[in-house]
Ligand binder design. Structure first.
Ligand SMILES: Nc1ncnc2c1ncn2[C@@H]1O[C@H](COP(=O)(O)OP(=O)(O)OP(=O)(O)O)[C@@H](O)[C@H]1O
Ligand SMILES: [Mg+2]
Length: 332
């Protein structure tokens, strides 16, 4: 069976059984009956596989039938790398990915880790992504620049591993992971990325054994907390811009709040500040959406002024000239 057919089948079964999916986003047409031949291995793993693998990777979490094989395939490399030992629960099934709470391997020094497993359909370009992609192609053709400072991702790109191929395709996952690494190292309030493969990203988990951290929309803040958080959000937007990035989907839905600290998540559409003609509009939209949430706490926010000030301060620098482009993201 072709990869395309398999993706259609996974989409279809998800649409039937996954209550977190919004209706109307995917086809409800039943896919052809699976007809797998021995010469064509299922690239997403065997859906009939038990939630365990031969080398002892077990999941206490009982995945739905349609997600079993894909889940194990997606997380197995993290098990091999001694990053996790078990999948404990599904935190949330989002539009683009499902996030799972996993037991961290003791070597990590953490109790839990979060695994963001991209839905197979994300490997096709379903959503209107041109607005974010602009600038990425330019980055990818800067071959000479890439080799100057070659990290693991860039090596993968050159040697055409499947992870490398997903980066070469300008995959959402590859961008989310490399941006997380760069921004975490820069001190931004983003999860610490612990690993990635072609299907999933592993990062620090926020929350406890009972509940994941709420998003900002789910918490009630005091006026004092709200003011401090708004300043912290702006500080992070600045940090992103200093490193050539705009989040691209920033809002109270993509900010977690845990132990009085905020964490910005969900970065696959991170946008290049200097190489995307829509960058100002994307920045302004990030500020508008986030300000919408904080305005309920009667914080006066002049969205136009803030957007223009930030733009004037940071966009004047062409990230290519500054030598701080995504083409030079390395393992930091
Ligand atoms: N590191 C983390 N720790 C705890 N929970 C997390 C973490 N990362 C993500 N989540 C939870 O998983 C949800 C989905 O994650 P994310 O927003 O990255 O994916 P998404 O597929 O883009 O989702 P959506 O379409 O809902 O925005 C988040 O809203 C949050 O509740
Ligand atoms: Mg999200």
């Amino acid at each position: 069976m072709t990869k395309q057919k398999l993706v259609e089948q996974i989409d279809y079964y998800e649409s039937l059984y996954d209550p977190t999916l919004q209706p109307g986003r995917i086809s409800t047409r039943p896919p052809n009956k699976p007809n797998r031949s021995k010469s064509e291995p299922n690239p997403f793993g065997d859906p009939d596989l038990d939630a365990s693998s031969e080398d002892g990777f077990i999941t206490s979490y009982h995945p739905a039938r349609y997600e079993k094989g894909f889940l194990l395939t997606s997380l197995h490399s993290f098990y091999e790398q001694a990053l996790l030992t078990d999948v404990l629960a599904k935190v949330r099934g989002g539009k683009e990915a499902s996030v799972y709470r996993c037991r961290a391997h003791p070597a990590t020094g953490l109790e839990f880790v979060a695994a963001k497993v991209y839905r197979p359909r994300m490997f096709r370009s379903l959503r209107n992504d041109a607005i974010y992609r602009e600038g990425r192609e330019v980055i990818e053709t800067q071959g000479a620049t890439i080799r100057q400072n070659e990290g693991r991702e860039m090596r993968a790109l050159r040697t055409k591993t499947s992870f490398g191929q997903s980066l070469a395709q300008g995959s959402w996952l590859g961008y989310e992971y490399t941006a997380l690494k760069k921004l975490y190292a820069a001190g931004a309030d983003v999860p610490r990325p612990l690993g990635a493969n072609e299907h999933a990203i592993l990062m620090t988990y926020y929350g406890d054994a009972n509940l994941p951290a709420p998003t900002l929309v789910e918490v009630e803040l005091s006026p004092h907390q709200a003011r401090a958080l708004w300043q912290r959000v702006l500080h992070n937007v600045e940090l992103f811009m200093q490193h050539g990035f705009i989040h691209g989907d920033l809002s109270a839905y993509n900010i977690l709040y845990w132990h009085d600290q905020m964490t910005i998540i969900d970065l696959p559409q991170v946008t290049s500040l200097g190489m995307n003609r829509n960058a100002f509009l994307i920045l302004r939209r990030d500020i508008v959406r986030t300000a919408e949430y904080f305005s309920q706490y009667e914080i006066e926010i002049d969205v136009e002024k803030i957007s223009r000030q930030l733009w004037a301060r940071y966009a004047a620098t062409d990230p290519l000239q500054a030598g701080d482009t995504p083409a030079q993201w390395d393992e930091s």
